[in-house]
Design a protein around this ligand. Structure first.
Ligand SMILES: Nc1ncnc2c1ncn2[C@@H]1O[C@H](COP(=O)(O)OP(=O)(O)OP(=O)(O)O)[C@@H](O)[C@H]1O
Ligand SMILES: [Mg+2]
Length: 280
């Protein structure tokens, strides 16, 4: 029976990277699992029993669900070779054509399966469904993407199921540093069901900023909670290349040669997935 790990990137402050990190790490864990099972680099393998990862989209803005729906529509139109529909869809977001060619290649060659995603409405029945999934052992990892506010009814209950809670924080932003400390004093009063690990994760990290070290020390001393070792660098690419829910962003695929390599923008995402995997 699988032992599901429940992971949340959570912080009430908006725009700290909860959704971005959730999507990237969820797919990265699956991709790393595929690579680890590959015996030689030349020989891709088809994974029969892939790592199963679920993202519960709890944010009523449902950003992950909206994106996933669009992406699935494009995939389906491509699969049925419904060219009119496909062209119509990619006209709105031309960059998705490349992503889907990549998705297709990973799917047919590596047995790629991206994370599952379920939208959780603020209703008792929807939250109940989420709890059943959390307790079902059907998944290796479940991520919950929460909104940046406490206002949403019912969903607070889901937070109590967090086992690994990571609080994204931009160490270069005095607002984020203050928010991190405030948030932690609130969250420590919460009685979680089974919390294993709580940590800050530096996101949008600027290597050359002199504030980083001082702010990290300040937060760690004030809260007695550490930062994860991995710092996720500030990366313009995250914005310009668009978020996707269907493709592991650490893979760079040359569509002509079908050679894959590591996307150098994603070094800290690869590292962060490894660090999270290694936590007991
Ligand atoms: N490491 C990074 N480098 C550069 N930009 C980043 C990074 N992480 C996140 N961003 C950008 O920051 C913005 C906010 O990210 P995101 O939507 O993931 O935050 P959030 O915490 O989920 O926000 P909300 O509270 O509104 O749900 C996005 O434009 C995203 O591309
Ligand atoms: Mg979000």
């Amino acid at each position: 029976m699988k032992k599901t790990k429940i992971i949340n990137f959570y912080q009430l402050k908006g725009g700290v990277g909860k959704t971005t990190l959730t999507c990237m790490i969820a797919n990265e864990l699956i991709w790393q699992d595929i690579l680890e099972r590959q015996t030689t680099p030349e020989e891709p393998i088809y994974v029969n029993d892939p790592l199963k990862v679920l993202v519960l989209d709890i944010d009523t803005q449902n950003s992950i669900s909206v994106l996933r729906d669009e992406e699935i529509q494009i995939l389906q139109a491509a699969a049925t070779q419904n060219e009119v529909r496909f062209n119509e869809l990619i006209e709105k977001k031309p960059w998705q054509k490349t992503l889907f060619s990549r998705y297709e290649h990973l799917y047919s060659t590596y047995g790629w399966r991206c994370f599952d995603e379920i939208m959780i409405n603020p209703s008792e029945s929807s939250v109940q469904k989420a709890i059943e999934l959390i307790q079902s052992s059907e998944y290796d990892y479940i991520f919950m993407d929460f909104p940046g506010s406490y206002d949403q009814q019912y969903t607070g209950e889901l937070l109590l199921y967090s086992e690994y809670l990571f609080i994204p924080c931009d160490l270069n932003s005095q607002l984020d540093v203050a928010a991190a400390q405030k948030f932690l004093s609130d969250i420590l009063t919460v009685e979680f069901h089974n919390l294993h690990h709580i940590a800050f994760v530096a996101n949008k990290f600027r290597v050359n900023s002199i504030r980083n070290k001082r702010n990290q020390e300040l937060i760690e001393e004030a809260t007695e909670i550490s930062f994860l070792k991995t710092k996720v660098k500030y990366c313009e690419y995250f914005k310009t290349e668009h978020l996707t829910t269907v493709y592991p962003r650490s893979v760079d695929l040359n569509l002509n040669t079908k050679q894959i390599s590591v996307n150098h923008h994603m070094g800290s995402i690869i590292e962060l997935a490894r660090e999270i995997k290694s936590l007991k």
